[in-house]
Design a protein around this ligand. Structure first.
Ligand SMILES: [Zn+2]
Length: 563
């Protein structure tokens, strides 16, 4: 009886879920190397929170990726961007694991996806297999790690989502073993006067605050004088034990006179809210200095669900003659934390630094659609493109327009329409809308053409113009030469590039039949695997066609021999 009870008890603690409600010790690790993170869940990225963990793969590709539990494959995608080659496995406990930037899939999955690629004659494909069609079991090798898609170095992007809501959850909640006894680091502290009449350290503008380390390991900020409604923000990161990577924090708490004002964490969020990261950070500061200040107060347009507690939107109302003790505590997932104390004194003092006057001729009201005619082009901002009203800076040059600057975030796409009627029809074919970068290099913006009206939809501010691409893409062979014998070759590779508008499509045939070429934009390489097709001919004719974004096309015909 007693033994039976013990087994029940053990079964309960090991089997299902811990206090947090997530199944712990159910899933195995997706890799068989120690888990070292190059990125954490919720980490602040461009226009999104990181929706998984990035696991380092020892600067290598091709490490086996294991199914973390029994399940069925519900989605396979091959894309040039984003997750690259990615697998989704739904598990019976209601969670879906996601494995991204893969080099290749396991042989059976690879065969399955290649069938689709040959059917659709496309490298980029997305398939949603029927539930139960491709089952995998725990510990099964389902893929090999890589660097495909929007990845800048070999690693595994790993997610665990709720299968029903598709909300990504923090993978660390499932009990993976990641060594972390290292405290987060605080690198910057800022105070913000938040209303018309408030000031902080005699400034109506944001002020950087100094802080020093105390004997007990916490930090103390220099005393702040303020009046009216104020808020605080910080720059910080977390590091795990085994790598120097600056990763994201897990949670943040702001306590005012002993009361929790702000508390948010990265347990989970939804993809539909991820872009609101631009309201959590001080976007203007990010635009100017590329540093992300996390605000401990909530500003206009912030629809984030990450807050557990938010008193008065995290804003502090400072009254004359009163003192406030503000504490910010930054936590990593393991609970390692650092604290900074900011003493605030309510005092009315003369203002030394006034508000910035940013008035321009054009004021944008966020809750309304806004149309501007700049002569050369028209700009249309739909309702709620922006979080807040602001003075927009619009300039028009001889053949460029400038739409504000990178200090404001657009939450939705807006439209830029150029009139290309002064160009001949032949010229218009090679023209496209380009965004000029800092070095004035034109970057292709997806251009829709209707007669002489060119339109692009974008969220990027900056300088735009019409640019002309007259040169077709370049194609050259990389690992073989025309009329060469290739008996022991496992693959063919070619290099493709375009000078201006960029590569739009590519295709290849071998002896007149479509063949799958894998394209890696980072290395500009096209690869054909000889395993794909058995060649019955001795002499092979390879034809590669590459088209750029305005339709300039190049064709390479090359032959080789194979026994
Ligand atoms: Zn990632």
């Amino acid at each position: 009886m007693r033994n039976f009870y013990l087994i029940l008890l053990l079964g309960y603690t090991l089997g299902s879920s811990a206090q947090n409600g997530y199944p712990v010790e159910t899933f195995r690790s997706p890799l068989d190397i120690p888990l070292v993170l190059a990125g954490t869940f919720g980490e602040l990225r461009s226009n999104h929170f990181h929706s998984g963990i990035d696991i380092k793969t020892q600067q290598r590709q091709g490490l086996p990726i294991y199914a973390i539990g029994d399940g069925t494959i519900t989605r396979i995608k091959v894309s040039l961007w984003g997750y690259g080659k990615v697998l989704y496995v739904a598990h019976p406990n209601g969670y879906t694991s996601v494995y991204g930037h893969l080099q290749k899939f396991s042989p059976s999955i690879e065969a399955f996806i290649k069938k689709t690629q040959y059917q659709k004659k496309s490298y980029e494909v997305e398939v949603f297999p029927e539930y139960g069609d491709i089952e995998v079991s725990k510990d099964e090798i389902i893929a090999y790690s890589g660097n495909t898609g929007g990845s800048s170095g070999p690693h595994l992007h790993f997610e665990i989502r709720s299968s029903i809501t598709e909300k990504p959850t923090n993978p660390l909640l499932y009990g993976f073993d990641i060594r972390d006894a290292t405290n987060p680091t605080l690198t910057g502290l800022y105070g913000y006067p938040l209303t018309e009449n408030s000031h902080l350290n005699q400034s109506e503008q944001k002020i950087q605050l100094n802080f020093t380390k105390q004997k007990d390991g916490s930090f103390l900020a220099d005393k702040v004088t303020a009046l009216g409604t104020i808020g605080f923000g910080f720059v910080g990161f977390d590091r795990q034990d085994l790598a120097a990577n600056k990763n994201g924090l897990y949670s943040v708490r702001q306590i005012v006179n002993g009361k929790v004002y702000t508390d948010y964490d990265f347990e989970s969020f939804s993809f539909s809210e991820t872009r609101y990261i631009n309201t959590l950070i001080d976007y203007e500061h990010f635009g100017a200095y590329r540093k992300r200040i996390q605000k401990c107060f909530r500003t206009a347009g912030n629809n984030l669900s990450i807050y557990n507690t938010l008193v008065n939107d995290g804003k502090i109302v400072v009254k004359e003659g009163l003192s406030y003790n503000v504490e910010l505590i930054l936590f990593d997932f393991e609970g390692n934390n650092i604290k900074v104390v900011i003493p605030v004194e309510g005092r009315k003092l003369p203002i030394l630094k006034k508000k910035d006057n940013k008035a321009t001729d054009n004021f944008v009201i966020a809750k309304r659609p806004n149309n501007f005619d700049l002569g050369l082009a028209k700009v249309y901002f739909p309702t709620n493109t922006f979080y807040e009203n602001f003075f927009i800076d619009l300039k028009s040059g001889i053949d460029t327009i400038t739409i504000h600057n990178n200090r404001v975030a657009a939450h939705r796409n807006f439209t830029i329409t150029f009139d290309a009627s002064k160009y001949s029809e032949a010229e218009r074919k090679q023209l496209f809308i380009a965004r000029l970068d800092k070095k004035m290099v034109p970057n292709y913006a997806s251009t829709y053409k209707r007669g002489s009206t060119f339109t692009t939809r974008t969220r990027n501010f900056g300088m735009y113009t019409l640019a002309k691409d007259t040169l077709a893409p370049k194609i050259r062979t990389k690992n073989f030469k025309h009329k060469q014998w290739l008996n022991n070759y496992r693959y063919l590779s070619l290099l493709i590039s375009d000078d201006l508008s960029g590569i739009d499509t590519f295709s290849a045939t071998l002896n007149g039949e479509w063949i799958l070429m894998e394209y890696e934009p980072k290395t500009k390489t096209l690869t054909y695997n000889f395993d794909d097709k058995i060649l019955d001919k001795k002499q092979c004719e390879l034809k590669v066609i590459v088209k750029d974004n305005v339709g300039n096309t190049n064709v390479l015909d090359v032959s080789f021999y194979r026994k």
